[in-house]
Design a protein around this ligand. Sequence first.
Ligand code: P6P
Length: 336
Amino acid sequence: MDHRLTLTQHLLREVEEHRPGGGPIAAILAEIATACKEIRAELAEVGLGRLAGMKGDVNVQGEEVHKLDWFANEVFREHFAGSGLLCTLVSEEMEQIFHLDDDCPRAQYTLCYDPMDGSSNLDVDGAVGTIFAIRRKVEGRAHGRPEEVFEPGTEQVAAGYVLYGPQCILVYGVGGDVHGFTLDTAVGEFFLSHPQIRMPERGREYSANLSRLDGWDPGFRRFVDRHSQQGRETTYSLRYIGALVADFHRVLLRGGVFFYPGDPQNPSGKLRLLYEAAPLAFLAEAAGGAATDGRRRILELVPDGLHVRTPLVIGSRHEVDAIEGLLTETPAASMG
Ligand code: P6P
């Protein structure tokens, strides 16, 4: 029987090759995988259990908090508090930066994560995900302060996501290639299933919430019009799941493009830079794709707040460039 490579075995090799001396990065990623297995176990029967429905709170994003949003965030906090692995947590579900006081002196890394992305899909058994990125602790910066993570996405040392769909798939990169693992639920282990993922040069699908089309830069409508009618340029199919992790995973594997632009009401769009756009941009570029805010490379954007948003155009280089060539306006100057 072919030897199936476990995530732990793969992590050790990958980190040694691309982040020499970054042993804790492998440990952090392994711990994230364990936390996500715990989250997945709850997801499998969320409708039956104590975590069904809304928590009755509104998060910093002004979004209703699903009980599972809160649970997933608590799982991450429990897995890392006292681990000595992380100094700071930045989460979609926590308004303030969460400083792990006891761990900080030893820990060299910070984790930015969205513990339960797309949770509005939970009530209809739709795909949801967890997104994460590891950054080095910035020496000389006050730790546990937001400005600790006010660095461009190029400073990320690792990023990934877990997609909770019919399967449970973990995708990560530490500066080399991007690799995917599928959870063998009988064994309780992630095994390598998508080695060295390369995003196709171009695709046949685009992904966007077209109900907002009229508020976008006209260039997005030109892209949609050009690719939605037979007999014009290449016809694309529209695919939109409404969970960033699921929509991005499809683009990563099949190519094409996902875009969530800004509009007059929300010039910076909806997606957050630190724990949504920047981690996925890290993966997209590592797989040969691209990620911009329409003009500027996502990985070069420097946040000025924990929950700053950015317009996002992410996918195959061909489509990202095509959209950029059609846009008329410069992106939102501030990422509010
Ligand atoms: P809309 C989920 O709430 C999320 O943050 C992303 O996962 C997803 O891509 C986006 O919002 C969907 O937003 O406005 O299309 O419902």
